[in-house]
Design a binder for this molecule. Structure first.
Ligand code: ITT
Length: 196
């Protein structure tokens, strides 16, 4: 069993990682297990840059392989916003409402969830600076007219999946994992890990 620490303070993400990585043979620890309460500043311009910043900081703080996720919602009609600012563009508890308001009267409601993962290893095994494995996943959908469902977290209640005719928050956890950006990114990461 390989132990990895999840470089996230978001409990919604942590739940999804635990259920996706446990069966793949990982022992999953959290930053709280190591008393790390603060994340680094997310100064990257892309999801991938921010994931690498968070993974490296957690690996350095714990000495363990660390997996970070930087993710968000990109809305076509808003020029890709909120994008990397998804966690910061409005106060906590007001984000879905703020986004719905900025979509009022817009016909083009296309949007995608993006998830970038970075797994940073401590130095060793012939890698003096440590090594890093990255992966990305996407999920196409639309911004709903109003929130629906109580599963998941974050923007899930306003992310409508036309093929499922439901919002992400109306899917079961297993259904979300099968179609979500995070599920896709983890499957890609596990595939590259197998190849190393
Ligand atoms: P960490 O940096 O500690 O991991 P965070 O919540 O700050 O936690 P991000 O900077 O990656 O993480 O921001 C992601 C934002 O996108 C945040 O507002 C989430 O609620 C939202 N988001 C990401 N994945 C999502 C998902 O599967 N469903 C709904 N919203 C999601």
């Amino acid at each position: 069993m390989q132990t990895i620490v999840l470089a996230t303070h978001n409990p919604g993400k942590a739940r999804e990682f635990a259920r996706l990585l446990g069966p793949a043979g990982f022992t999953v620890k959290t930053l709280a297990d190591y008393g790390v309460t603060e994340g680094p500043e997310e100064t990257g311009a892309t999801f991938l840059e921010n994931a690498r910043i968070k993974a490296r900081a957690a690996m350095e703080a714990t000495g363990l392989p660390a997996l970070a996720d930087d993710s968000g919602l990109c809305v076509d009609a808003l020029g890709g916003a909120p994008g990397v600012l998804s966690a910061r563009f409005a106060p906590s508890g007001k984000r879905t409402e703020t986004l719905l308001r900025s979509m009022e009267g817009r016909d083009d409601r296309k949007a995608r969830f993006v998830c970038a993962l970075a797994l940073a290893y401590p130095a060793g095994d012939g890698y003096p600076d440590g090594r890093e494995i990255t992966a990305e996943g996407f999920c196409e959908g639309e911004i709903a007219e109003e929130p629906g469902g109580t599963n998941g977290f974050g923007y899930d209640p306003i992310f409508f999946l036309p093929e499922k005719k439901r919002t992400m928050a109306q899917l079961t956890p297993e259904e979300k994992d099968a179609v979500s950006h995070r599920g896709a990114a983890i499957r890609a990461l596990l595939k590259s890990l197998k190849g190393t």
